[in-house]
Design a protein around this ligand. Structure first.
Ligand SMILES: NC(=O)c1ccc[n+]([C@@H]2O[C@H](COP(=O)([O-])OP(=O)(O)OC[C@H]3O[C@@H](n4cnc5c(N)ncnc54)[C@H](OP(=O)(O)O)[C@@H]3O)[C@@H](O)[C@H]2O)c1
Length: 213
């Protein structure tokens, strides 16, 4: 859902996009490429990583490193890697549990395993439709969070996300370890989603400006 949702919007905005999967003949990826015009193509994770100037990681969070291992360090190079993944478990009869967040995060594991990649955690705090079109909610007056070690990579990611998906407001949380916060937030997000009965929502951060130092 996330991969094809973002890929379709990027193609509509004039980007060439190669959608990766474990197998080059992945049916969903093939169907997306065949129905999305000449700027769209598909291939293996390695093909997609080698093709892109920027790489979006939209895999199952628990298998993010497996997918990136298939992509390979050479294909990923020193590109900006926008990591939108979360890892969540739904124990039978219990509340959802985020599988990362307190002392570790998927984004940190990726940055450690692929030190040349410029990992930027972003977009993982909203549903895929909102990711691809911020204006779906509150005319875009709400926030997206960024985590990553490289300030220029965060700037580049924010520019692409603004131009392609209409996001206006970003909060740079800091280095890649701050992804622990947004990856843990997903367990709260699920509870809000259940309470509201819709996935089309987001948060806006407001401060008491009189209390700032
Ligand atoms: N759905 C949302 O609205 C939403 C919102 C925020 C964040 N996210 C996060 O975005 C990510 C994508 O979510 P999704 O629902 O679109 O897809 P998903 O079902 O979580 O993941 C599908 C992707 O994971 C890959 N994958 C699955 N098992 C794998 C394995 N063992 N090794 C390597 N790759 C594997 C699949 O590859 P193949 O194509 O080869 O099967 C496919 O590319 C997730 O991390 C999710 O938590 C989703």
């Amino acid at each position: 859902m996330v991969g094809t949702g973002l890929a379709s919007k990027l193609v509509a905005k004039g980007h060439d996009v190669r959608l990766g999967a474990r197998r080059a003949d992945n049916e969903k990826a093939l169907a997306w490429a065949q129905s999305s015009g000449e700027r769209a193509s598909n291939g293996t994770f390695a093909d997609a990583a080698a093709f892109g100037e920027v790489v979006f990681l939209c895999t199952n969070g628990s298998h993010a490193l497996d997918a990136l291992a298939l992509a390979g360090a050479e294909a990923l190079g020193s590109k900006v890697l926008i990591d939108v993944t979360n890892a969540l478990e739904f124990p039978q009869g219990g509340a959802p549990v985020a599988l990362s967040g307190n002392t570790d995060s998927i984004a940190e594991r990726i940055q450690a395993a692929f030190p040349r990649s410029k990992v930027v955690k972003a977009l993982n705090t909203v549903n895929w439709r909102v990711m691809a079109d911020a204006n779906l909610v509150g005319s875009g007056d709400h926030h997206l969070f960024l985590s990553g070690n490289d300030p220029e990579a965060k700037k580049a990611a924010a520019t692409l996300i603004t131009e392609s998906f209409g996001w206006k407001h970003f909060i740079d949380l800091g280095d890649v370890t701050t992804a622990r916060g947004t990856e843990a937030y997903i367990a709260f997000w699920v509870r809000v989603r259940l309470a509201l009965g819709t996935s089309s929502f987001n948060v806006k951060i407001v401060t008491d400006t009189t209390a700032l130092p």
